[in-house]
Design a protein around this ligand. Structure first.
Ligand SMILES: Cc1ncc(COP(=O)(O)O)c(C=O)c1O
Length: 418
């Protein structure tokens, strides 16, 4: 097999057209509809739903942890596993890096950055912790993050506190801000001349609250502080450009909203910013500003890298504008009703642009664990309980296979519990 044929086979995998061709004709028929019109078209989304193999035992409203792949991506992934296994070390020695570079370029195009600014990682944790642990910290340097950040990253800051004497400044993000400035000010107040790094979530994982990242970056940069963005739940969920955010570092997981295989993510470092980060694993001598120096994690599942490309293809077919609009519609569909119910509290900001697919609601006086159990046992709805001082409820994270009928079941369940 020559090189061209091999790459073609490992990329296209000879999947039979009739299986997945249907999606193309469904999308072609919808081409003239606006994203807004389509968002409310249950008939259209029921056809997209057929792209997934859904477990009939429960309604899955916990796509935020890991979102199942559509069958098309999954089949590609399985074929990649077979192909890589078939060729063995021959693949690893001859095509692994080439294919990874090709998918990196595709991801960079989607993220709107250059391929030299992005590396494929296993997940958000690896991406963000590479930066937090790799900064050349001096004793007394300060780092800012929020009490609403993901715990694994908070632990990483505690680690660099112990190891290097970094001072942690933990702020409280206004959960129902009156304006973007409210949020920017909360971060600005914590900055001092010793601040080296500010970490901010693009979207708070337990409420679905989307933060004004560009405004936080502009404020921080004006004061000489670098910004690391936790984009675990943002990439592939709603539209944005990393270039427009103007952050210094961005980490995400692709197995969440891009619906790529488990164990896929990326780290973005703005041009020259990789210079500030020490690798956790040594790489052969590389330029200090080359982001690839942060990517030497040893032999890993190379087939996953290739399948990220297929997940991007699926996403591009649906279109990010259509996806974002549908997910926001689905969320508003149930939260608009839940907000009117007595004894129900919705913890997600009410302004439409401050959230997308994710939202969280609780029943006053009911423990989140109990709420999740009743949802599962009595209503066959799978969610995740959230129990914090500021939020007591269940997070609802739907995806493209979620119907308004599913949400009617949720709304009725909330009513009966309330
Ligand atoms: C906000 C946030 N950051 C980071 C992570 C870690 O993601 P992963 O486990 O894919 O690294 C999560 C996981 O849900 C998250 O919600």
């Amino acid at each position: 097999m020559n090189k061209r044929t091999f790459i073609k086979s490992i990329t296209l995998l000879g999947l039979s057209a009739p299986v997945f061709g249907r999606l193309d004709s469904i999308l072609a028929a919808a081409e003239s509809s606006t994203a807004q019109t389509l968002a409310e078209d249950e008939d259209f989304w029921s056809k997209i739903r057929a792209s997934y193999r859904l477990k009939p035992d429960y309604i899955n409203l916990e796509s935020g942890f890991y979102c199942i792949q559509p069958e098309e991506t999954l089949e590609h992934f399985i074929k990649h596993v077979r192909e890589v296994n078939y060729h063995g070390s021959y693949y690893m020695r001859n095509y692994r890096l080439e294919n990874k570079a090709r998918v990196t370029a595709k991801l960079a195009e989607m993220a709107d950055c250059t391929p030299e600014e992005l590396i494929i990682t296993r997940n958000t944790t690896e991406s963000l912790d590479t930066v937090i642990g790799g900064i050349d910290w001096s004793f007394g340097d300060e780092a800012i993050y929020a009490g609403q950040d993901y715990m694994a990253m908070q632990y990483m800051f505690e680690l660099v506190e112990e190891r290097y004497g970094v001072v942690r400044k933990v702020i409280d993000i206004p959960m129902h801000p009156k304006s973007d400035q409210d949020i920017v000010d909360a971060y600005a107040r914590a900055i001092t001349p010793r601040t080296r790094l500010l970490m901010v979530p693009h979207i708070i994982n337990f409420t679905g609250h989307i933060l004004p990242i560009r405004k936080v970056c502009d404020m921080a940069h004006a004061r000489g502080v670098d910004v690391l963005v936790d984009g675990a739940h943002a990439f592939g969920h709603f539209q944005f450009s990393i270039k427009d955010l103007d952050c210094d570092f961005y980490g995400t997981s692709l197995h969440k909203w891009l619906t790529a295989p488990l164990g896929s993510g990326f780290l973005f470092a703005k041009k020259n910013q990789a210079l500030k980060v020490w690798p956790a694993f040594a790489e052969k001598p590389t330029e200090d500003d080359d982001i690839l120096k942060l990517n030497h994690t040893g032999t890993h599942p190379a087939h996953t890298d290739v399948a990220i490309g297929n997940a991007i293809d699926f996403q591009n077919k649906i279109g990010i504008e259509r996806k974002e609009t549908r997910l926001r519609f689905i969320q508003n569909y149930w939260t608009d009703q839940a907000r009117k119910m007595d004894h129900v509290e919705v913890f997600t900001p009410i302004e439409r642009h401050r959230s997308c697919g994710i939202a969280t609601a609780g029943i006053k006086g009911m423990e989140p664990q109990e709420m999740a159990k009743i949802l599962m046992d009595n209503h066959k709805i799978f969610t995740v309980p959230i129990s914090r001082n500021d939020v007591q409820g269940c997070r609802i994270s739907p995806n493209l296979f979620t119907s308004t009928q599913d949400m009617d079941v949720l709304v009725n369940a909330l009513k009966s519990m309330a």
